[in-house]
Design a protein around this ligand. Structure first.
Ligand code: SAH
Ligand code: SF4
Ligand code: F3S
Length: 464
């Protein structure tokens, strides 16, 4: 058995071992993901490995024999949240010394974080980074048999494991990674350091997975990657993201397709046209601009200008005025001044996004931007953030009004805020839609006639 498939051997070993370690009943595991959907997707694989070993699952840490935190390092507050949660596990470990605590994911791929856990958080038994995802069975075996603390951060992981068990978190929406890692090294971002270089999955593996999901009744497929637009560049296969979308669009079945994230430097007119001409790809593009100031964009190492970006938006809206855009914005990049910020506001007003995810810049050790001496006061960043949020709220409400009187297809997510008889879902433009309806519609597509636009959602009535 080679190193790539060694994990299977340890899954089997643990399966044979568990009844003697937990003679009363099969042990329960609690897995919690922080951060982005890539982490959620990795956690589904971790759960798959654990299910193969014989673990059950629980949402309640009090009932768990194994607790795993799959962590995010993208901003400081993400890390602080994880440390807070690990701290709280100390008393559980005191109550149940057999409890196994594992930390994995993006934080665990950083040497200084692993050292901190080693020294300060002695309740943690096992730590493994993103490159060592499939070392988990080996590490868990060591903990269960030798009761020692184990740490593993591999240098890189080029292997893509296919056909492994997955315990899906959702019953009708599924994430499908199409590539891993990132080559872009935006100056503020830790992701390339903790996720390694871009590795695309073969289109065959992706198509097979999606066909299986559609057969199982999944209605929404979310294609994942840090920059899906560079899909295929590393493959021998002659394919790009647009080509992949066309193949997926040809799969039979009643489902819709979304994807994230896209880097504007690799967003092409061809891609926009493919989306518009497709049957199943949602007419929504999450295209993170980060800043509207070319000076800041250059310091961020984003490799496009605000003008390049606007050309893509214009092209899409000329062909389909309804085309929905959302974006990410970083407020307060080191030394961002009033003029830079106003340029970001100009873009926001021009594009009229349906949604903006905005973040105050957070310094990440090891990145280029962390070396810049930042003279922008924190209060100014907070003030800018407030301005951005309030302007965006007005823009979104105004823009949502385009749907009033029209009928949208909505995938029902669950019960709405008003409780029984009230439902909430998302339209193909990825806008929240609320309406009255029965619980049995959850997980199904419904047609909703829109009657009102609020600043966070649309409201309407189901039509049959
Ligand atoms: N690969 C994706 C997103 C990665 S992280 C992309 O490029 O679009 C998600 C978002 O977090 C980024 O788009 C960015 O807006 C934000 N982000 C990343 N690093 C950050 C930092 N150091 N401080 C604040 N926000 C950050
Ligand atoms: Fe980070 Fe930039 Fe890569 Fe996105 S594209 S993950 S922001 S380095
Ligand atoms: Fe966070 Fe890692 Fe995703 S740093 S945003 S969980 S890739």
């Amino acid at each position: 058995m080679d190193a790539d498939t060694q994990y299977i051997e340890f899954v089997e070993k643990i399966k044979n071992l568990l009844p003697s370690v937990y003679p009363d009943s099969p042990p329960l595991a609690h897995i919690h993901s922080f951060g982005c959907q890539q982490n959620e997707s990795d956690s589904e694989k971790i759960k798959g490995l654990l299910a193969d070993m014989g673990y059950g699952f629980t949402d309640d840490t009090n009932n768990a024999e194994l607790i795993i935190y799959n962590t995010c390092a993208v901003r400081e507050n993400a890390e602080l949240k994880v440390f807070g949660n690990i701290g709280e596990l100390k008393h559980l470990k005191e109550l149940n010394p057999k409890l196994v605590i594992g930390i994995c994911g993006c934080m665990a791929q950083q040497e200084h974080i692993v050292e901190k856990i080693r020294k300060t958080y002695k309740q943690v038994d096992m730590v493994w980074g993103t490159f060592a995802l499939f070392s988990m069975p080996k590490l868990l075996h060591e903990v269960l048999t030798e009761r020692k603390r184990v740490f593993e951060i591999s240098e890189s992981d080029k292997t893509i494991h296919e056909n492994i068990s997955t315990v899906r978190n959702g019953a009708f929406k599924a994430s499908v990674p199409i590539m891993y890692g990132c080559n872009n090294f935006c100056s503020y971002c830790i992701v390339p350091y903790v996720r390694g270089r871009e590795r695309s999955r073969s289109s065959e593996a992706i198509i097979d997975e999606i066909k299986g999901l559609v057969k199982d009744g999944y209605r929404e497929i979310m294609l994942l990657g840090q920059n899906v637009n560079s899909y295929g560049k590393d493959l021998d296969e002659h394919i790009n993201f647009s080509g992949l979308l066309k193949k997926i669009d040809n799969i039979d079945g009643n489902f819709r397709v979304r994807f994230m994230s896209s880097h504007p430097k690799d967003a092409t007119f061809e891609l926009v046209d493919t989306i518009i001409e497709s049957k199943k790809i949602c007419k929504h593009f999450h295209l993170p601009i980060q800043s509207g100031s070319d000076r800041i964009l250059s310091q961020m190492n984003r490799n496009y200008t605000s003008e390049d970006y606007l050309k893509i938006i214009e092209h899409a809206r000329n062909k389909l005025p309804d085309f929905s855009f959302s974006t990410d914005i970083i407020v307060g990049f080191p030394n961002e001044n009033e003029e830079d910020f106003q340029k970001t506001m100009d873009i926001i007003r021009k594009v009229k996004y349906d949604n903006i995810y905005s973040f105050i810049y957070s310094k990440r050790t090891g990145t280029k931007a962390a070396l810049i001496e930042d003279k922008t006061p924190q209060e100014e960043k907070t003030k800018h953030m407030r301005t951005l949020l309030s302007v965006q709220r007005e823009i979104a409400t105004e823009r949502y009004k385009r749907f009033i009187g029209r009928t949208l297809r909505v995938l029902v997510d669950g019960e709405g805020k008003k409780g029984a008889g009230h439902l909430s879902g998302k339209s193909d433009e990825f806008i929240i839609v609320e309406f009255n309806g029965e619980k049995k519609l959850i997980g199904k597509f419904v047609e909703v006639e829109i009657t009102a636009a609020h600043n966070w959602a649309l409201e309407g009535n189901i039509i049959n």
